[in-house]
Design a protein around this ligand. Structure first.
Ligand code: FES
Length: 125
């Protein structure tokens, strides 16, 4: 497979942090308007840090690799740091994505940010 980096293939074949967090502090769901694929992120927050993060992705291999990478990059980060993660950073960390699959990297950081925003909204109640 010449188009995918080793890292993408590794995260696709062995995705980290797949699943759901029961009683998550925040959840965020996004859909990709290009292909209709869906991604949901769950976060557990402690002391302003992402203590745990899991995801469920109904999407292509690149989207699964992206979710897995986002979850690894986010774990242990403060909320502020996690909010600064961008889709570009994730694609870069994966060693790049083929141009026609770049839209797949658009979901990951967005879903994570939504989950954090969901947590913050609940806190403000
Ligand atoms: Fe839909 Fe990749 S084809 S996220």
């Amino acid at each position: 497979m010449p188009f995918y980096s080793e890292k993408v293939l590794d995260h696709f074949k062995h995705p980290r942090n797949v699943g759901e967090i029961e009683n998550a502090d925040g959840t965020g769901e996004v859909g990709n308007p290009v292909c209709g694929d869906m991604m949901t992120f769950y976060v557990k927050i402690k002391d302003n840090k992402i203590e745990d993060v899991k995801f469920k992705t109904f999407g292509c291999g690149a989207a699964i690799a992206v979710s897995s990478m986002v979850s690894e990059m986010a774990k242990g980060k403060t909320l502020e740091e996690a909010m600064k993660l961008t889709n570009e950073m994730v694609a870069q960390e994966l060693g790049g994505l083929p141009p026609n699959k770049l839209h797949c990297s658009n979901l990951g950081a967005d879903a994570l940010h939504k989950a954090i925003e969901n947590y913050l909204t609940k806190q403000n109640k």
